[in-house]
Design a protein around this ligand. Structure first.
Ligand SMILES: NC(=O)c1ccc[n+]([C@@H]2O[C@H](COP(=O)([O-])OP(=O)(O)OC[C@H]3O[C@@H](n4cnc5c(N)ncnc54)[C@H](OP(=O)(O)O)[C@@H]3O)[C@@H](O)[C@H]2O)c1
Length: 199
């Protein structure tokens, strides 16, 4: 795994931190975003919404045909100084669709992990109690991301249809933040019932 950052030292520090947690079985390194993006098959973009356009444009020349880009970014109002319980309107419909428009068609854009809380992911003592809704137009890319979701204890990857459905999925993050605040927790997640993932 490669951790990307705007700052190579920050990337290395984050990689060392993760390496110490996962142990020697996995190799974790840290690089600036452009280099990190060029060296992996799956690029996960998880940044504040206001940085999405510039970041996608900056990594675009590093990407190659067939690569998968996973957009986790949600257009929460916090990005423009507002509340995390609301989203801002995106002309394209969602952050996922905005990222898809900015990328070449040969790069496979998938939207996923938008509803999974970082606090939940950070607590390795507990299973992640949240489904991962995966939106996008490339079935094979979605299968790859589904396998990534499955590797997280407790999480399930669910094919949530085309990238346009990311409009609904991203808004649910604002609802989850609102539930966290209302109930004084940081563990609100989503479970889809009556659907068995196909992988
Ligand atoms: N946190 C959650 O629980 C959660 C859950 C679901 C979805 N999301 C979504 O995931 C995204 C990331 O959330 P987060 O909480 O991880 O955000 P964050 O901690 O504020 O930012 C993540 C990273 O983005 C980079 N970054 C910050 N400002 C930037 C800028 N102006 N330009 C380029 N890169 C910048 C920083 O990395 P470097 O300084 O190393 O470059 C930072 O460590 C957001 O869109 C959020 O809505 C978050």
């Amino acid at each position: 795994m490669i951790v990307g950052s705007r700052d190579p030292e920050k990337a290395k520090a984050a990689a060392t931190k993760i390496q110490n947690i996962v142990g020697k079985d996995s190799r974790v390194s840290g690089l600036v975003n452009t280099e990190a993006a060029s060296r992996t098959d799956v690029v996960v973009v998880t940044i504040p919404f206001t940085a999405l356009i510039d970041t996608i444009k900056s990594i675009k020349p590093s990407l190659r045909p067939g690569q998968i880009v996973v957009n986790v970014t949600v257009p929460l109002e916090t990005a423009v100084g507002g509340s995390a319980t609301r989203t801002v309107e995106v002309w394209d419909g969602s952050a996922g669709e905005l990222a898809a428009r900015l990328l070449p068609k040969e790069v496979r854009l998938v939207s996923a992990f938008n509803n999974v809380s970082a606090e939940m992911l950070n607590d390795l003592t507990k299973n992640v109690d949240c489904d991962v809704l995966i939106c996008g137009g490339d079935a094979d890319a979605k299968k790859v991301v589904m396998d990534l979701a499955k590797a997280i204890p407790g999480a399930r990857g669910i094919d949530a249809g085309p990238i346009e459905n990311s409009r609904t999925v991203e808004r649910l993050t604002a609802l989850l933040v609102s539930l966290n605040i209302r109930h004084g927790v940081n563990s609100a997640g989503l479970r889809i019932t009556g659907v068995q993932p196909k992988n």
